[in-house]
Design a protein around this ligand. Structure first.
Ligand code: FAD
Length: 392
């Protein structure tokens, strides 16, 4: 391989370029990204940046000089529109082309939206531009009313940030509990209690039937017939892998770019980060993760495998890890969590300071923690060690 093109200039894409160089690759690297900003970190967008504690200049993953030092041809504000894998050609939206003999797909995901008319004051939170808009409207509206649609990590982090700015917050969630996709019921309940203490109101188990206003949002209408007055609305209902540009490429696209256990989607094509749905040798299933640590670890593995080729590829078998910061407390999960696992608590499970071990057939399979950082880290280490012992 002499020339690698990495599509998607965010966490996974940047880590992939760094890993290619760390593995000794000295050919050309072109990093193509649709956004015009220097590649930046997303977690602070719903935390320190949103509260105004951080300015945008703290967000870049690396300074511009880093890409020059690595000899990476960084092309920002440049969207890929298609790829011809036989010819080794990436087509750009501006009509240009880039030749490659290795391709890294790292286009991440885009925020899901509601099928409602576009109104000022209604936003998703995925990009720096989204966060800048939301921050402007939150900082302007001390005492204003924010409705958050979706009780997942993003929605709850926005809730915590908005409360710290004195904004009135209501979270609407269609499921009957918070964090339904990422944590067990108990953790969701504890999180809800914490938010209630900080003045967040909840409407669980109810959907949204409409968002209305004239030009600017004024109200959110719920499926039980009730109405919430809103000066601003954040839609945090998940994300969809950004694969449209690969339609017709011959790659298998099914809730992401489908890859083998070594992150190969085709012989000279690997994928990493939120966009990649790979074969997990441990569970025997295709899985996709939308978390920071996964984007970093998978990009490293995918880049190394790309250089070694499919026959020399090592499988990517992570122990998933996720964190979220709310009200100065760190919520963390590692491994697999399920409501059916046997659970052992340390700390008080009803308080926002606890660590819970999930056991399946007596084996440690997951850890959930809030506060109690030291204990969580010890349990996570134990989980990783067990994982390595069983050679998964
Ligand atoms: P992305 O970061 O989505 O980047 C993909 C990039 O590809 C984008 O810049 C996009 O513009 C570009 N792109 C898309 N299509 C094209 C195209 N056709 N051509 C060129 N470029 C294209 N995770 C945690 O574990 N903890 C947290 O606390 C946490 N907080 C978060 C807070 C927010 C607000 C968000 C949005 C995410 C958060 N995450 C968190 C998740 C984490 O940020 C993501 O998992 C991570 O960003 C994934 O990196 P990625 O490079 O795969 O994809």
């Amino acid at each position: 391989i002499r020339r690698v093109v990495v599509v998607g200039a965010s966490l996974a894409g940047v880590r992939a370029t760094e890993s290619l160089r760390a593995e000794g690759f000295d050919g050309d690297i072109v990093l193509v990204g649709a956004e015009r900003h220097l590649p930046y970190d997303r977690p602070p967008l719903s935390k320190q940046y949103l509260t105004g504690d951080w300015s945008a200049d703290r967000l870049p993953l690396r300074p511009r000089s880093h890409y020059d030092d690595l000899g990476v041809d960084l092309r920002l504000g440049t969207a890929a529109a298609g790829a011809d894998l036989q010819a080794g050609r990436l087509d750009l939206a501006d009509g240009g082309e880039v030749a490659f003999d290795g391709l890294v797909v790292a286009t991440g995901a885009t925020a899901r939206t509601l099928p409602v008319e576009a109104l000022a004051g209604v936003t998703v939170l995925r990009t720096l531009d989204d966060a800048a808009d939301l921050r402007r409207s939150l900082l302007r509206r001390d005492g204003g009313r924010l409705v958050i649609i979706g009780g997942g990590f993003i929605g709850l982090e926005v809730a915590a940030a908005a409360r710290s700015l004195g904004v009135h917050v209501t979270v609407v969630e269609a499921a009957d509990r918070l964090l339904a996709r990422v944590a067990d019921r108990r953790a969701g309940e504890t999180m809800q209690a914490l938010h209630r203490e900080h003045g967040v109101e909840f409407r669980l188990g109810v959907g949204v039937s409409g968002v209305r206003g004239s030009g600017r949002v004024e109200s959110v209408h719920l499926t039980d017939g009730s109405t919430l007055v809103a000066d601003a609305v954040v839609v945090g209902i998940g994300a969809t892998p950004a694969v449209e540009w690969l339609a017709g490429s011959g790659l298998r696209l099914d809730d992401g770019v489908v890859c083998d256990s070594g992150c190969f989607a085709a012989p000279r094509v690997v994928a990493a980060g939120d966009v990649a749905r790979w074969y997990d040798t441990r569970s025997g299933r295709l899985i996709r993760h939308e978390h920071w640590t996964n984007a970093t670890e998978q990009a490293r593995r995918a880049a190394a495998n790309l250089l070694n080729g499919p026959d020399g590829a090592l499988p990517y078998v992570p122990v998933p890890y996720v964190w979220s910061d709310q009200y100065g407390l760190r919520f963390q999960t590692a491994g697999e969590l399920s409501d059916s696992a046997e659970r052992r608590w340390e700390g008080n499970p009803a308080s926002p300071r606890f660590v819970t071990r999930h056991l399946t057939d007596g084996r440690l399979t997951g850890v959930v923690g809030m506060g109690m950082n030291r204990e969580f880290i010890a349990r996570r280490r134990q989980l990783v060690a067990e994982h390595e012992t069983i050679g998964a």
